[in-house]
Write a protein of this length. Structure first.
Length: 277
């Protein structure tokens, strides 16, 4: 029996009954962008269709999100924040803030984190002046700022302190270590292919002890070998460049059915190894 299709007049787009059921089943647990990607629509079309169906997301800020790390997504976001987030903890001024800033093209990742926390915050966009080796330039930036003493205090307990350079507290998320490492890679690492078509994985951090901690975990789990280098006076790199080691490492970082990743980094891995969708 052929599947009945219904036309969405507001968007001039046809949705099958199967697509509509998928939207109804997942609109609370997934972002509109994630549903759009899964069903091959635009985010605007999914958002409009959900509104047309009378589907609304109940929004409530989950300020205890980092109290206990019990899910892969929590471990991912902890790793990401550990690498690329900042905390403000000013008891005197009662100022408590978690902040993350990314380039505009990565805004979907902040949208996903906002949804994880309840969807009550707003991702903001602005131009920012930066300085790299004496060269000043402007970049289009997006940011998510969470003002919550509970969030900040829980992250501090997990080792994400205002000055991470000197933190010796390592997160305890052994059951989801590859999600944590993937988040850390997305926050302050890279996957790149050199002119000889060799693929390399690099983690960057100002805390060399923490990089050694990550190195020990990876190598104990996988029996591979990386190297730590000092990039400059305040940055260190953990690098994996042996091709068999890189492949093993990335297979664990991007294990089958993992939930969250930064698309542009994942696509390098996906394209390099010719993986099927």
């Amino acid at each position: 029996m052929p599947v009945e299709v219904k036309k969405d007049k507001t968007m001039n787009k046809i949705f099958s009954d199967k697509d509509i059921e998928y939207i109804k089943d997942n609109y609370k647990s997934m972002t509109y962008g994630q549903i759009a990607s899964k069903l091959n629509y635009t985010e605007k079309q999914i958002r409009s269709k959900a509104l047309n169906l009378g589907l609304t997301k109940t929004r409530k800020f989950n300020k205890k999100y980092f109290q206990r790390i019990t899910t892969p997504n929590q471990a991912y976001w902890l790793g990401f924040i550990y690498a690329d987030g900042y905390l403000v903890h000013n008891k005197k001024l009662s100022n408590y803030e978690l902040g993350i800033e990314l380039i505009n093209t990565d805004h979907k990742l902040l949208d996903d984190l906002n949804v994880e926390l309840g969807g009550v915050h707003k991702v903001v966009f602005f131009h920012k002046e930066k300085n790299f080796n004496g060269y000043e330039y402007e970049t289009d930036t997006c940011a998510l700022r969470i003002y919550s003493k509970t969030i900040v205090d829980d992250l501090i307990k997990c080792g994400v302190v205002p000055n991470k350079t000197y933190s010796s507290i390592y997160p305890k998320c052994e059951n989801f270590i590859w999600d944590f490492i993937r988040g850390f890679l997305d926050g302050d690492g890279c996957i790149y292919i050199n002119t000889k078509n060799y693929i390399t994985v690099k983690f960057t951090n100002s805390n060399v002890d923490f990089l050694n901690h990550i190195k020990n975990i990876i190598e104990a789990e996988l029996q591979i070998e990386g190297s730590i280098y000092q990039e400059n006076s305040h940055k260190y790199q953990l690098v994996y460049y042996r091709q068999t080691d890189v492949h093993i490492l990335l297979q664990h970082i991007y294990y089958t059915n993992h939930n969250q990743h930064l698309d542009r980094k994942y696509q390098i891995y996906h394209s390099y190894y010719g993986l099927a969708n």
